[in-house]
Design a protein around this ligand. Structure first.
Ligand code: ADP
Ligand code: AMP
Length: 218
């Protein structure tokens, strides 16, 4: 199963990707997570990515595409993958098609997740991420039992540096300008399935699973 999730920041891509990846036993590949790990480990890639990320801009295509190519060549990705946050530009989408062709693989479905802007801002400003297991939480929509402590692994939670009002606005603008055109690209390839991303996490998961089923049986 080769799945891409497309949608604006805060759509719930990471949340759904974690759930679907666990269900299908395939890796969840989040380019944002890989960049953040590199930033916190102060690698060369992290140094290159950091300024773009903090400004809410995209990391340049050549850096991002090379990173994803390496990740998808790893053995665990042979079983399939769920890509979250990649591709984000037409160049990246074209490069992904090329990489998959080299690996003799194809995309099965691209799920577009669509909530409204006000909901995105509410979701992003309350987002918290576990520093241990990476589980995504929300202070109101999906709170932990003990404040700032992950229910699943007990580690502390953190707020992303780019989840601040000004950067959120910039990221939404970048999405509209650079990423939204991918919807037409994948619709033309017959791969697009649109799901309503408003509703509880469980409701959205049901819609995503249904869309995946339909895509596989088509
Ligand atoms: P993305 O990966 O698309 O940027 P996330 O999955 O990180 O988005 O979700 C953003 C925030 O919204 C998180 O705090 C998450 O807990 C919360 N969230 C995700 N899905 C829902 C939902 N269906 N309803 C309410 N909050 C949600
Ligand atoms: P995300 O976790 O998907 O919200 O991504 C956080 C940040 O990482 C983005 O705002 C970008 O700066 C960078 N990033 C993640 N994925 C990509 C990508 N595919 N192309 C370029 N930049 C990316």
């Amino acid at each position: 199963m080769h799945v891409v999730l497309v949608g604006p920041p805060g759509a719930g891509k990471g949340t759904q990707a974690q759930l679907i990846a666990a269900r299908l036993q395939i890796p969840h590949v989040s380019t944002g997570d890989i960049f953040r790990e590199n930033v916190s480990e102060m690698t060369e890639l992290g140094q290159q990515a950091k300024t773009f990320m903090n400004a809410g801009d995209l990391v340049p295509d050549e850096i991002t595409v090379a990173m994803v190519r390496d990740r998808l060549a790893k053995p665990d990705a042979h079983a399939g993958f769920i890509l979250d946050g990649f591709p984000r530009t037409l160049v990246q989408a074209e490069q992904l098609q090329k990489t998959l062709a080299e690996l003799d693989e194809n995309l099965d479905v691209v799920l577009e997740m669509k909530p409204d802007d006000e909901e995105l801002i509410r979701r992003l400003s309350g987002r918290r991420t576990c520093q241990g297991c990476g589980r995504i939480w929300h202070v109101v929509y999906d709170p932990t039992l003990v404040e700032n402590r992950c229910d699943e692994c007990g580690s502390g939670l953190s707020q992303r540096d780019d989840d601040q009002p000004e950067t959120i606005r910039r990221r939404l603008q970048v999405y509209r300008e650079q990423t939204e055109p991918l919807v037409g690209f994948y619709a033309d390839l017959g791969l697009l399935a649109v799901i309503d991303a408003v509703g509880t996490v469980d409701q959205v998961t049901l819609r995503a699973v249904q869309a995946l089923r339909e895509a596989l049986s088509a």
